[in-house]
Design a protein around this ligand. Structure first.
Ligand code: NAD
Length: 504
């Protein structure tokens, strides 16, 4: 990796504090940053370098997975951070920034490699890109790169407009769009799992797979983000980006040791092959929901429209589920069920692959219906794998029982998504980023849903906070069902008194 200057717009903001500073710190102490580190933080507040450095230290103390220890190394890390006042709309501030960047490059003997990280609202992306271009900041002798975060537009047209404005200053290979789900270790592991295990490689196709279920369930409600969320909803906030990216990662087929270019091509193939939904059939394939009052972990919580900042008549969805098919010989006939929502029973991001059991289809009255084999890929909050198989239980006259073989990766010591992603972007490796084709094709697939919602054609189903979502989402699966939804705990009174005494 060549050393570079890390230029951070929005350095006084929440994302910088919670994710970016800790990620840089952990990369630094792991020796994954080459050459002298140079970070220039930007914001409108009049901060000195010392104030900025103490904010960085506070962020590490609160959010870093490894606590900062007082050491010469930590001091070296903090001294790498300098601050410049910049208002994104003031072109003269970019000239001052350019002078600052050049001064630091000369002081530290850094090549003119510049990483621009826009940790600011998306309305600022286009003016910042234009000013980087106009001020000369982008005229480097080395490389320049841009990191941006979702949202990349709010529909197909606005996404295209945004991309065009970025394209005036940066080439596609220079743009690194963060989808932090792609930074999660288990998502990064998916391809290796498929390519390095002949057993899975052989089974990864419609001949053996009955259906695939991708879930990202949250227990939290809108929290403090009412203004943003009510304009965005589960479709734009989660589905168009994270969920469709998980689908691409799950369904693409790559040879071992593929290049970032191949990954991009294969992901593009998957999303381009998802069968488009016809407007008149949408309601049979897509379920929208909004949480009503209920209970989360035994505590009452209000419904969505009673949350502070949410209009009482809001028709915004806090849950969405969809059934998708991929038009590819390998996946023909395999439904992909995708769902995400807030205020659900448990926090879990996972992919469940249900394998076919041809014997269950044979009409034989004497045969027991077998539980299917399930491969479960747990992406968060715990990471790991499990495989459900059938065995016989000698204590129950040889009756069949499903058992689960588990591997828990264990979170301690695992790099965080932002560490992986920032490290990759600094190395110029675009494998785990959202490329423009994917973003555009995802919006294209989602656009008929947006249109139908705007036209009031898609019903909004209620679900109680703390449930698994609206009943209509179960109906999407026909005879199948969502696997692994945690059942509600039995009421205490129903427990065996002896078991309670023994602490069971
Ligand atoms: P934030 O509001 O906490 O911070 C925004 C930053 O932009 C601040 O540093 C602010 O000073 C700066 N800013 C605003 N107006 C400016 C101006 N005119 N000139 C210069 N600077 C200006 O927001 P955040 O939560 O840090 O989010 C930043 C971006 O990352 C947003 O696009 C958000 O959607 C995205 N994002 C954030 C999170 C998160 O966890 N916070 C997660 C995913 C994506």
């Amino acid at each position: 990796m060549e050393s570079s200057t890390f230029i951070l717009f929005g350095a006084t903001g929440d994302l910088a504090k919670r994710k970016i500073f800790p990620a840089l710190y952990n990369l630094f102490i792991d020796g994954k940053l080459s050459g002298p580190l140079s970070v220039i933080g930007l914001g409108r507040r009049e901060w000195s370098n010392a104030t900025f450095q103490s904010q960085v230290l506070d962020s590490l103390r609160t959010f870093s997975r490894r606590a900062p220890e007082d050491s010469p190394e930590l001091r070296r890390f903090l001294l790498a951070f300098e601050y410049s006042v910049l208002d994104v709309g003031h072109p003269e501030d970019y000239k001052k920034l350019l002078a600052h960047v050049i001064r630091r490059e000369q002081e530290l003997g850094l090549p003119q490699n510049r990483m621009f990280y826009l940790s600011v609202g998306p309305e600022f992306f286009a003016p910042i890109a234009a000013n980087i271009q106009g001020s000369g900041l982008g005229d480097t002798l080395g490389w320049k790169r841009l990191i941006i975060e979702k949202p990349f537009g709010r529909d197909l047209q606005s996404a295209r407009e945004l991309n065009d404005s970025l394209g005036a200053a940066f080439r596609e290979e220079e743009i690194f769009r963060i989808d932090h789900f792609l930074g999660k270790p288990m998502v990064q592991n998916l391809e290796v799992l498929k390519t390095s295990n002949p057993v899975l490689r052989a089974l990864w196709q419609n001949r053996y797979i009955a259906n695939v279920q991708i879930t990202a369930a949250e227990t939290v409600g809108v929290e403090e983000r009412a203004g943003y969320y009510d304009q965005s909803g589960a479709l734009r906030d989660m589905f168009q980006n994270h969920m469709l990216q998980l689908l691409m990662m799950m369904a693409m087929q790559l040879p071992q040791g593929s290049t970032p270019e191949e990954v991009r091509r294969k992901k593009r193939h998957v999303i381009a092959s998802v069968l488009p939904l016809l407007r008149e059939e949408l309601a049979r394939h897509v379920v929208r929901g909004q949480y009503a009052a209920g209970e989360i972990k035994g505590k009452p919580v209000p419904g969505y429209t009673s949350e502070p900042g949410i209009p009482a008549a809001s028709q915004n969805e806090t849950y969405i589920a969809a059934r998708l098919f991929i038009d590819d010989p390998l996946w023909e006939g395999v439904p992909f069920y995708i769902r995400t929502g807030k205020r659900l029973k448990e926090k879990s991001t996972r992919i469940v692959i249900e394998f076919k059991e041809p014997l269950n289809d044979v009409h034989n009255k004497n045969r027991t219906v077998l539980e299917p084999n399930l491969l479960v890929i747990n992406i968060g909050p715990e990471e790991g794998l499990s495989l459900q198989l059938n065995t016989k239980d000698p204590r129950r006259h040889g009756a069949l029982e499903p058992v689960s073989i588990r591997h828990d990766s264990g979170n301690p010591g695992m790099p965080e998504a932002y560490e992986n992603l920032i490290g990759d972007a600094l190395r110029g490796d675009a494998t785990f980023f959202a490329h423009w084709d994917e973003v555009e094709l995802s919006w294209q697939w989602v656009q008929p849903i947006i249109d139908a919602v705007d036209a009031g054609e898609l019903p909004l189903h209620d679900y109680a906070a703390g449930s698994h979502g609206p009943a209509a989402a179960d109906a999407l699966l026909g005879e199948a069902h969502w696997w692994l939804d945690e059942e509600p705990a039995p009421p205490a009174a129903a427990k065996d008194p002896e078991a309670i005494r023994q602490g069971a």
